[in-house]
Design a protein around this ligand. Structure first.
Ligand SMILES: Cc1cc2nc3c(=O)[nH]c(=O)nc-3n(C[C@H](O)[C@H](O)[C@H](O)COP(=O)(O)OP(=O)(O)OC[C@H]3O[C@@H](n4cnc5c(N)ncnc54)[C@H](O)[C@@H]3O)c2cc1C
Length: 351
């Protein structure tokens, strides 16, 4: 029996095959073009997980994951810029109706008129407080350093988090542009994903009004939800693994190797997604971590196989195999939290 794919999955394939994959080599060596993001904005994909009543598609997580795999496999830099957007959309979607930030921003974010980035991974570095939030003049001021902010100059808004003196995390929206109290570094030059324009941000009294605040939550409560969620495997890991296997299989002699690796990736993917859909995020943590680590092993095998099959030419900057291998390296640390880091290092040490 065949089932018709969700319209947004079909749209993701159209975008991937028609635009993202053909220019991925060029984008990797340059910057994600505004025209790529304009196409993503028009596609409806930015509202995949947004509520229908706010102009989104309200699609199940399985659809959002499949879309992410397709985009990541086509052009990881473009995927990475747009993936930031889904966190603010989900946060606003869960916020109480009537909250000023929700009323003002959810619809334009779901429809793609606005594109958002995030600046909150630093909250995980407790007990260090890289960004302090303080109540001031009927709003919040932010001071400190955001170590990583992706999409600078490409997106419109940022969801920024800081920790208060009472150990509460404050999430608020700010315009993603240089302004009093906010100074970006030059875009970082990285071994992978330089094209996604990642900067660090120096905050020195950046002030946002109360209407821009989305959530205040005790830091421990934030960690209780955030840490188990981080133990799931990112769909991008499977997207890049499949892209490497497609490349491998394009050499007729290597189809057998590609098929055997693909069967192992399929199996881990199925189990990882079943756990991602499990209703209690803090259950089965050890199994989630083991699957995330296993997925990394297979990602490394798939991208390594593509390099090996490509021979010397695979090291040319024009060759997709080296790009996929560098992208795989980046995915090893994307969204890394303490338990993820420890489980991965333990597995590597055990061989
Ligand atoms: C290119 C790039 C772009 C990024 N863009 C964004 C972005 O737009 N927005 C955003 O919010 N984040 C972004 N990040 C951050 C990313 O999601 C991860 O949080 C980050 O890569 C984790 O590494 P780190 O260097 O920040 O922290 P690390 O210092 O490597 O720490 C990672 C985790 O391990 C813990 N840890 C560190 N050392 C130890 C130790 N010795 N023992 C136990 N635990 C330890 C830390 O507390 C933390 O939870 C980006 C990262 C990169 C590389």
């Amino acid at each position: 029996m065949t089932t018709t794919p969700h319209p947004l999955v079909a749209e993701a394939h159209r975008l991937a095959d028609g635009l993202l994959a053909p220019s991925a080599q060029r984008v990797d060596q340059d910057v994600v073009p505004a025209s790529h993001l304009a196409a993503v904005r028009r596609s409806g994909l930015l509202g995949v997980s947004a509520p229908v009543e706010s102009g989104g598609a309200g699609a199940p997580d399985a659809v959002a994951r499949e879309v992410a795999e397709i985009l990541a496999g086509a052009c990881l830099s473009t995927w990475f810029v747009q993936t930031q957007h889904h966190t603010p959309v989900r946060l606003l979607g869960r916020a109480a109706p009537g909250l000023p930030a929700r009323e003002r921003l959810l619809r334009p974010l779901a429809g793609g008129e606005l594109l958002a980035g995030i600046a909150y991974a630093h909250v995980r570095s407790h007990p260090r407080v890289p960004v302090r939030a303080t109540a001031e003049r009927g709003g919040v001021r932010f001071d400190g350093t955001v170590p990583w902010y992706t999409g600078w100059g490409l997106n419109d808004l940022m969801l920024l988090a800081g920790v208060t003196g009472a150990d509460e995390v404050v999430f608020a929206f700010a315009d993603a542009r240089e302004q009093p109290g906010l100074r970006p570094s030059p875009p970082m030059r990285l071994a992978a994903l330089t094209a996604a324009r990642t900067v660090s941000l120096a905050l020195d009294g950046l002030w946002v009004p109360e209407e821009s605040v989305v959530l205040r939550t005790p830091r421990e409560e934030f960690a209780r939800v955030d840490v188990p969620r981080s133990t799931n495997t990112s769909p991008a890991v499977f997207g890049v693994a499949y892209a490497a296997l497609d490349l491998l299989a394009s050499a007729p002699d290597e189809r057998g190797a590609a098929d055997s690796l693909r069967a192992r990736v399929d199996e881990v993917r199925e189990r990882a997604y079943a756990l991602a859909d499990h209703p209690v995020p803090h259950e089965h943590v050890a199994e989630r971590l083991a699957l995330r680590t296993r997925a990394y092993d297979l990602l490394r095998s798939a991208t390594t196989a593509a390099v090996v099959a490509g021979g010397g030419r695979a090291t040319s900057l024009d060759h997709p195999a080296q790009r996929l291998a560098r992208e795989a390296m980046f995915l090893l640390i994307q969204g890394q939290t303490t338990p993820v880091r420890e489980a991965h290092l333990e597995a590597l040490a055990a061989g």
